[in-house]
Design a protein around this ligand. Structure first.
Ligand SMILES: Cc1cc2nc3c(=O)[nH]c(=O)nc-3n(C[C@H](O)[C@H](O)[C@H](O)COP(=O)(O)OP(=O)(O)OC[C@H]3O[C@@H](n4cnc5c(N)ncnc54)[C@H](O)[C@@H]3O)c2cc1C
Length: 408
């Protein structure tokens, strides 16, 4: 492939930069004080961050940048994922809360475009675009994460309503979301991948109980969601009843295709930290930084490959698992390295630590990309089976009705 920007990319980059310069403040790439981690530790910080992200998304919506891959008639720009990645990379250089509502714009929106009814599209899409509705993803359960199809939250049809009972967990942003896209078991008499239905659940319905979970670094991010006989109109069903697995695959494929925005920190910022802490002449630290730089270059080329495939209309294949694994291993290496650079000061936290403890926060947040969106081990299974051609996992539950599966 051609690694230089095409004429189209050059023009889009210039347009994006001009618009961003007019509407936002560019971060100083050499300043460690200007790094943004988008982590809230108190409810007030969390609310302020959500409001800031909402304002920014509305600004973007007015110029068609809120969901650039959506068709122009739906408020997007009809851009390929490759070109949308150009905007996301430019946006990451500015002081904006840019990617907080990507569940709505990058995952639910494309899923509704593919599976929704005309009424659902015309009601929900403009509201997603302007962040009038914030969405969360109600997929994982205490007993169904890697084995998502084993989910047991059930929805029973009662006239023109679903009655939903069950528990979801690790739901990012559920505490500030208006709607959740939920997977429920609607037919336990068929094998587990069938008999699942996707339903849009208003998060403030009676019977929905959202309980925030505190993370190891004290940040507020995800939640447990309990559903106790929650009544939702059958009209909120997304896609055909019993085809929720197909809807979920569309959503997860779009999640992977949205890879390419700015990362949590750059190589330059790590090198900068080494200089600031006086560790840049230490040969071991220099070696580790070189390793980090190499990983970033590999990631850059993998990113081109994934986005080129998407631009050519090919669904992200196993290369997105290679990409996902490379991303998480990058954060593992970088997380360990930043505290090693800080030396003894690395054991401090919050305001006692250098730079207000942001590197300690980043160190601890390395586990998010290593688990969310499919764990490292699950990515390795996919690569083993679909890239290396190794024998598949033994799947004893294949063809067995969900009702007859042993469950804890
Ligand atoms: C930051 C973050 C945000 C998230 N946001 C959301 C969200 O918004 N909505 C949502 O629905 N979910 C969300 N999740 C949940 C996430 O999708 C799950 O945590 C993930 O899929 C793993 O499931 P689990 O936690 O149940 O672990 P399990 O599936 O129980 O896995 C436990 C361990 O066993 C290993 N394992 C499991 N199966 C296999 C296998 N076949 N072969 C080898 N090893 C295996 C795993 O790799 C892991 O190490 C989020 C998670 C994180 C970390």
């Amino acid at each position: 492939m051609d690694f230089d920007d095409s004429a189209e990319e050059v023009a889009l980059r210039a347009e994006a930069r001009a618009w961003l310069d007019e509407h936002a403040t560019r971060l100083d790439p050499d300043s460690l004080d200007e790094m943004r981690t988008y982590r809230a530790h108190t409810e007030e910080e969390d609310e302020a961050l959500v409001e800031e992200a909402r304002r920014w998304q509305r600004t973007k919506a007015e110029a068609g940048w809120a969901a650039p891959t959506w068709p122009a008639e739906l408020g997007g720009r009809g851009l390929s994922p490759l070109l949308a990645g150009v905007f996301a990379n430019e946006e990451a250089a500015y002081d904006v809360a840019g990617r907080m509502f990507s569940v709505g714009t990058d995952m639910v929106g494309p899923t509704l475009i593919e599976w929704g009814t005309d009424e659902q599209r015309s009601w929900y899409l403009p509201r997603i675009l302007r962040a009038d509705d914030i969405w969360c993803q109600l997929f994982s359960e205490p007993g169904a994460g890697s084995d998502l199809a084993g989910l047991s939250t059930r929805a029973i049809e009662d006239g023109d309503e679903w009655i939903i009972t069950g528990q979801k967990v690790w739901t990012s942003g559920a505490h500030y979301s208006d709607l959740g896209i939920l997977l429920a078991r609607t037919d336990p008499d068929v094998p587990k991948h069938r008999g699942i239905t996707a339903i849009a659940v208003p998060m403030r319905s009676p019977g929905v109980d959202v309980r925030p979970l505190r993370q190891i670094d004290g940040a507020i991010h995800f939640n447990e969601v309990f559903l106790d006989e929650v009544r939702v109109p059958v009209a909120n069903t997304i896609g055909p009843v019993g085809h929720g697995w197909g809807v979920a695959m569309t959503m997860l494929t779009n999640e992977r295709a949205s890879i390419g925005g700015g990362g949590m920190y750059s190589f330059d910022q790590l090198a900068q930290l080494a200089r600031a802490m006086g560790r840049d002449t230490d040969p071991v630290i220099r070696q580790r930084l070189a390793d980090m730089y190499t990983r970033d270059e590999i990631l850059r080329y993998l990113g081109y490959r994934v986005r080129t495939a998407a631009a050519a209309g090919r669904a992200p294949g196993p290369e997105s698992s290679v990409m996902k694994l490379a991303v998480s291993s990058r954060y593992e290496t970088g997380g360990d390295l930043m505290l090693e650079i800080e030396g003894a000061a690395g054991t401090l936290v919050h305001d006692d630590a250098p730079y207000g403890g942001r590197f300690q926060d980043l160190f601890m947040s390395q586990w998010a990309p290593r688990i969310g969106g499919g764990t490292d081990q699950v990515q390795r299974n996919i690569i083993g089976e679909r890239v290396l051609g190794l024998p598949g996992d033994i799947r004893a539950d294949k063809g067995v009705p969900f009702r007859d599966l042993p469950r804890s």
